[in-house]
Design a protein around this ligand. Structure first.
Ligand SMILES: Cc1cc2nc3c(=O)[nH]c(=O)nc-3n(C[C@H](O)[C@H](O)[C@H](O)COP(=O)(O)O)c2cc1C
Length: 371
């Protein structure tokens, strides 16, 4: 593993023989004409990476780009509340890309047009979702099984909108069908602004190791279109390792940003040759929880309490919140009640060890065919 407390330029100076050379290291990157100040992005985690979480993460600093949770194209076009909640944003929530999914080209085209009318600056097409109900309707990772079909979809969306269009995919359906390199090459030819590649196949779900060679092969398959590597990055060293080994231009971090919301700031410091001396105090970490809760409540009102439930276990483990308080956090029904719990969390900090291992974001269990 690469030592963390050095400048990033030094850390990535030795690309492997096969990887694209880094040349002059530039902390920023331009994707589809958008200049992003950092090459480290937030990967979408449906149910977690909503406006409140993105906002509080951006306040810490260092985040180059965030993408919304996946939004079903037809729900968006129909103006359904659930879809509109998912694309809710604010001036501080920039730069932002909206991710849409569907197995029907016309639905994606209509949703893309709608997003442009709403003022969004970039669109991401989901070709990586492994869930059966999405794949069964031809969407998500299923699109990677038909290169011609996937290209047809991309071409239609590109023709419909002028904003940058990106694609997020896996390495392929299974290890016999690693189509990411060929698709990336075709997408570049069509005018896609960047692709993000989660280094697993659909068959792997979230199991097994991320295949860095597969990401590297995708990087090598394209000419100059940026490739964003993704999968299992939990620390700045992991992110730098991924860039060094694969030659990818940027890295998208999902669960690692939940485990350590300071990861982007750490990377920012490393990229600028500064030591990673970011050590948030318990109070700062609890401030993060409080701010996050308040933002969710601001957007969703009392329903925000319900939405926050899935965060209780994660915060409990991450911050070492005593179990009775974690339980109250899970059942909390109002802002007043939350404020009382937050005060007690501050007072009783240290009673329970934080346990990052159990703070992992849940992924579906069992055979991927049944997801
Ligand atoms: C709970 C959960 C929800 C996810 N939701 C999305 C999504 O909405 N869109 C998407 O493209 N990927 C989604 N992903 C995949 C992640 O963006 C990412 O590719 C994957 O988790 C690997 O990266 P990580 O190890 O950094 O989390 C999701 C993953 C998880 C665990």
């Amino acid at each position: 593993m690469v030592p963390e407390r050095q400048g990033e330029a030094a850390l990535i100076a030795e690309p492997t023989a096969n990887a694209r050379p880094f040349g002059e290291e530039d902390p920023s990157i331009t994707i589809g004409g958008r200049r992003l100040s950092s090459r480290y992005f937030l990967a979408p985690l449906a149910g977690y990476t909503h406006l409140g979480f993105r906002t509080v993460l951006r306040e810490i600093g260092g985040l180059g780009l965030a993408t919304t949770d996946l939004v079903l194209a037809t729900m968006l076009v129909a103006g359904k509340k659930k879809a509109l909640d998912l694309v809710a944003t604010s001036p501080a929530d920039r730069p932002l890309t909206v991710q849409i999914f569907s197995g029907v080209t016309e639905h994606l085209v209509a949703a893309a047009r709608r997003l442009v009318e709403m003022g969004f600056e970039a669109i991401d097409l989901n070709m990586g979702c492994p869930m059966a109900k999405v794949n069964g309707r031809g969407g998500g990772a299923r699109m990677m099984c038909d290169t011609g079909g996937a290209c047809g979809v991309v071409e239609a969306v590109l023709a419909a909108v002028e904003v940058p269009v990106t694609v997020k995919m896996r390495l392929g359906w299974d290890r016999e069908n690693l189509t990411a390199p060929a698709l990336a090459r075709e997408f570049e030819r069509l005018g896609v602004a960047a692709v993000t590649v989660h280094g697993r196949t659909r068959s792997q779900g979230f199991h097994g190791e991320v295949n860095l060679d597969g990401i590297r092969e995708t990087v090598e398959a394209v000419d100059s279109m940026p490739v964003v590597g993704n999968g299992d990055v939990r620390s700045p060293a992991d992110a730098i390792h991924m860039r060094r080994v694969t030659g990818c231009d940027a890295v998208a971090i999902g669960r690692g940003a939940m485990l350590d919301p300071w990861i982007f700031r750490r990377l920012e410091r490393l990229v600028h040759g500064q030591p990673d001396d970011v050590n948030p105090s318990p109070d700062e970490q609890i401030d993060f929880l409080v701010r996050h809760y308040r933002l969710v409540h601001e957007q969703h009102g009392p329903h925000g309490c319900l939405m926050f439930r899935k965060f209780a276990g994660w915060y409990g483990a991450r911050l070492g919140i005593p179990e009775d308080l974690e339980d109250r956090l899970r059942r909390c029904e109002s802002l007043n009640e939350f404020d009382g719990i937050a005060t007690e969390i501050r007072q009783r900090h240290g009673e329970r060890e934080s346990d990052v291992a159990t703070a992992l974001v849940r992924v579906p269990n069992g055979p991927v065919e049944r997801w």
